[in-house]
Structure formats: structure tokens, C-alpha cells
Design a protein around this ligand. Structure first.
Ligand code: ZN
Length: 265
């Protein structure tokens, strides 16, 4: 038994050494660079100091429901007037950053320039943003992305929200249901539409995939998207999940447009 333990210890030691050597070779061949600007940095999947500073990270104080940051500390658990006036279909939403220069550049690289590798670091930041509900082990969580219409999926070859959702599910070892929601019709690009037009554009555009009809009931869903602008798309998805019997709906988006900083997506 003692010999066996020693053998196991040696094997473990060797595999750790092998991993260390492989890591050194990888770092030598592909030195880590900033996820945004490509400048050389110490750790992979991070930002350089300049890009880090330019990112408007969202932190407390924010509305405990919508996650929209407050310009001043209104106090813990103070719900924003916007949420009180028009409560969302989701329970809680969180975002990593405001949708401006650096966050916008990262989203565009992921979405339009095949930088699918960015999903790992962006997903990592999203896990931190949603830490308060991702840490709650009392409810079985399932990670679901906002779907693309099939024609757009063929054109783009991948759904950026699904890549982020997969990265989050992998990191937290959660169930991942990429086809749980279905976009039942093509919607117009939300760019350039007013708030009302955006809401009408996506109303009734999502439904539950019937495969999940029985399994969704009583589950808590973590709904994932890259950007939230007016929240019309997230709201339409949350309503579809609520109608299907989801117990709780949490939302994590990478970046969020807030009124004063609205920029075209
Ligand atoms: Zn940089």
C-alpha cells in the first residue's frame, strides 16, 4: 500500500512537472498579450494596464435588481425608480462594464472578427459580475444564451452569447443549454431603433424549445448575452422562460448601455 502511495505521489509530481514545462513552452511560443490591444503582458486572458483603466467596470453601488450603477451611493438594497415603475421579468441582472470604448471593442472583436478566444476572459469577468447568484448552491442553475435566428447563425457561424454562456458554464460546472430558447423569427437589427420600436421588434420573438418543456420547470436560469441596450431582448427572453415555468431568472451581460453613454452597437 505504501509503495502504491509512493508511486501515485511520483506520478502526480511528474504530471505537475510536465504541465509546468508545457506551460513554459506555450508561454515562450505564444507570449501572453492584452485581450484588447495585443500589447505584451504577464498573464494571458487579461488586459494591459491602459485598456484596464479605460474599461468602465461596473461595481457597487448599483440597483440590486437591474444592476444599473448609481452615480452616488443610494444605500444597500435601494431599488431604482426605473425598476419600481416597470419591474422586469428577470429577478436580477448584472453586467461587467459600461458599453463604451474598450468594452465595445472587445464585443466587436468577439462578434464580428472571429476572436472567439476572448469568450474565456470575458466569461471569467461575467462570472465575477454574477457572483452573488452564481454562488447560491441551493438552486440548480442552468446557463442559457440569448439565441440568434438560424439564418444569422449560419452567416456568423457562431453565436457570441453561446460562447460566453459556455465559458461561464464550464468555469462554474453548471448545466449548459444552448438551444433552450429559440428565436422564432428574424428580428430587425436593433441599431437605430427607438426604445418602443426595439420592444415591438422582439415582442413574441422567442419561445422555449419544446425539448426542455418538462426540465425547465422549477429550474433557475442564468440568461447570457453580450450587450444589453434597452433590455428589450433580455425582457422578451425572460418572459418566454417565465411562461415556461422557470423558477428564477438571472441575467449576466458583458456590457450595458446606460442612458448617458448610449453608443451604436
Ligand atoms: Zn491593451
Amino acid at each position: 500500500m505504501a509503495a502504491k502511495d509512493t508511486d501515485c505521489g511520483l506520478l502526480l509530481d511528474m504530471s505537475q512537472k510536465t504541465r509546468g514545462i508545457l506551460s513554459l513552452i506555450t508561454t515562450f511560443l505564444w507570449p501572453p498579450v492584452c485581450a484588447n490591444c495585443g500589447r505584451g503582458i504577464c498573464d494571458s486572458n487579461h488586459l494591459c494596464g491602459g485598456c484596464w483603466q479605460e474599461m468602465h467596470w461596473v461595481d457597487r453601488p448599483f440597483c440590486p435588481i437591474s444592476g444599473v450603477p448609481y452615480p452616488y451611493d443610494a444605500g444597500e438594497d435601494i431599488v431604482s425608480p426605473a425598476v419600481l415603475a416597470d419591474p422586469p421579468a428577470y429577478d436580477k441582472a448584472r453586467c461587467v462594464a459600461l458599453y463604451d470604448a474598450t468594452a465595445r471593442a472587445l464585443v466587436h472583436k468577439l462578434k464580428y472578427y472571429d476572436r472567439t478566444d476572448l469568450a474565456v476572459s470575458m466569461g471569467d469577468w461575467m462570472v465575477r459580475a454574477g457572483a452573488d447568484f452564481l454562488a447560491d448552491s441551493s438552486v440548480p442553475l442552468v446557463v442559457v444564451p440569448v439565441p440568434l435566428y438560424w439564418r444569422r447563425l449560419i452567416g456568423r457561424r457562431y453565436n457570441q452569447a453561446a460562447l460566453l454562456a459556455k465559458a461561464i458554464a464550464d468555469q462554474k460546472e453548471l448545466a449548459y443549454w444552448p438551444d433552450c430558447l429559440v428565436r422564432r423569427r428574424a428580428t430587425r437589427q436593433q441599431v437605430g431603433l427607438s426604445d418602443e420600436e426595439r420592444e415591438v421588434n422582439v415582442r413574441g420573438a422567442f419561445r422555449l424549445n419544446e425539448t426542455y418543456r418538462h426540465s425547465i420547470s422549477g429550474r433557475s436560469v442564468v440568461l447570457i448575452d453580450d450587450v444589453m441596450t434597452t433590455g428589450a431582448t433580455i425582457e422578451a427572453c425572460a418572459r418566454a422562460l417565465r411562461r415556461a415555468g422557470a423558477a428564477q431568472i438571472f441575467v449576466i451581460v458583458f456590457a450595458r448601455v446606460v442612458e448617458s453613454g448610449r453608443m451604436p452597437i
